[in-house]
Design a protein around this ligand. Structure first.
Ligand SMILES: *Cc1c(COP(=O)(O)O)cnc(C)c1O
Length: 393
């Protein structure tokens, strides 16, 4: 018997509990419509908020970079892998975020596992929102600091927990997602910053779903709340609204200088490819030139959410283009998603353990790439499906 046979039992258990994830295959580029498992469907699942993933200008920039710089970075950035375009992207992102400095990494995931263990260690306490992203959780674990989870977006609970731990902590870090991906709600950053200032804690926000979405021209949550200069560390991703791949950290020079010396994903994993780097530069350029894509995104989100509400759906507490359609039971949500797919709409159901029991939903990701006709089509099919399943009368 194979030594790995225990894994097939684990997989069997996942299937029994309905937790086995069937991964769909996309053929062709991300866009408003795409081909999934051989079928053309309306895409309500991707984080391609601005439609940049298949944008001609980004593709052109990537092709040109391949001709000029080749396909691979050749080494980790700290030895021989930092190319001029990496520095150009870092300068651009720092300008875009109105931050002093920036370091680019391979992914948002790497950015969190780079920064958190680099700046915290034994004796420190990290206060982490209970719904924070897995990469924040992993970054916290790798740091060996004590991790104290506070209730989601609950600043009173955060405050109480800080008071409880402040005397024994060497240093304190508060870390939160900017926009929470399952409900689309926004972290109460102004209050968090106030508490942090009161107790001398460092504040870090992971703005993966806020970059390209919130703030002027998509500058993110810190700009949205006009807190520039008051949040110590911002983490971002280039793989959602920016449409490419990669992650980054912005903050004071001293932080970025330190990360170049000590962040393990920077030191021990090669940098972004020239194509990704150049495409990301083009994405930032587009946002610097015009806020049109961001406006279209919000316009589409408002239109779609209004339509759902008017039809009688519960879209939870979203404050962003992330649109949950709350259905309750996991089985109903998965049945709903299946029926939508048959009608030409790709919108995944999300249930326990990703969200609490009884809070299963279809999560729709609205994009600037959608036309009003696309959204009307989606609304029509949502209502049709809801009637078939007795969700709406
Ligand atoms: C998506 C996401 C990440 C990971 O970003 P990648 O660039 O895909 O690795 C990190 N943090 C949050 C909050 C995210 O939503």
């Amino acid at each position: 018997m194979s030594k790995l046979e225990f894994l097939s039992e684990e997989l069997g258990a996942l299937k029994e509990q309905g937790l086995f994830n069937v991964i769909r295959t996309i053929d062709g580029p991300q866009g408003a419509w795409f081909v999934v498992d051989g079928r053309k469907v309306l895409n309500l699942c991707s984080n391609n908020y601005l439609g940049f993933a298949d944008h001609p200008r980004l593709k052109e920039a990537a092709k040109k970079a391949i001709d000029e710089y080749g396909v691979g970075p050749g080494a980790v950035r700290s030895i021989a892998g930092t190319q001029t375009i990496h520095l150009e992207l870092e300068r651009k992102l720092a300008d875009f975020k109105h931050a002093p400095a920036c370091i680019v990494l391979q992914a948002g995931f790497s950015a969190n596992t780079a920064v958190i263990p680099a700046i915290t260690g034994r004796g420190d306490v990290i206060f982490s929102d209970e719904l924070n992203h897995a990469s924040i959780i992993d970054g916290c674990r790798l740091s060996r600091a004590d991790v104290v989870r506070y209730q989601h977006n609950d600043v009173d609970d955060l405050r109480n927990k800080i008071i409880e731990h402040k005397d024994s902590a060497r240093r304190m870090l508060i870390v939160t997602d900017g926009v929470f991906s399952m409900d689309g709600d926004i972290a109460p950053l102004p209050e968090i910053v106030e508490i942090a200032d009161e107790f001398g804690a460092i504040v870090m926000v992971d703005d993966a779903h806020g970059e390209g979405v919130l703030g002027d021209s998509g500058r993110g949550i810190v700009n949205h709340f006009r807190l520039e200069g008051r949040v110590d560390i911002e983490v971002g991703t280039l793989s959602k609204a920016f449409g490419v791949m990669g992650g980054f950290v912005t903050g004071p020079e001293v932080l970025i200088d330190y990360l170049r010396q000590r962040a393990r994903p920077f030191l021990f994993s090669s940098g972004l490819t020239p194509a990704d780097t150049a495409a990301a530069i083009a994405a930032v350029d587009m946002l610097l030139e015009s806020d049109e894509p961001v406006k279209t995104l919000w316009d589409n989100a408002a239109y779609f959410q209004k339509g759902l509400k008017e039809a009688g759906f519960d879209t939870g507490g979203t404050q962003t283009p992330i649109t949950p359609v709350m259905l309750g039971e996991a089985k109903l949500a998965s049945e709903f998603s299946k029926k939508l797919f048959e009608k030409g709409i790709f919108a995944q159901s999300i249930s326990y353990p990703t969200v609490p029991r009884g809070k299963a939903r279809i999560r729709c990701m609205v994009s600037a790439a959608h036309s009003k006709q696309d959204l009307d089509f989606a609304l029509e099919k949502f209502v049709e499906t809801a009637k078939e399943l007795g969700v709406l009368s």
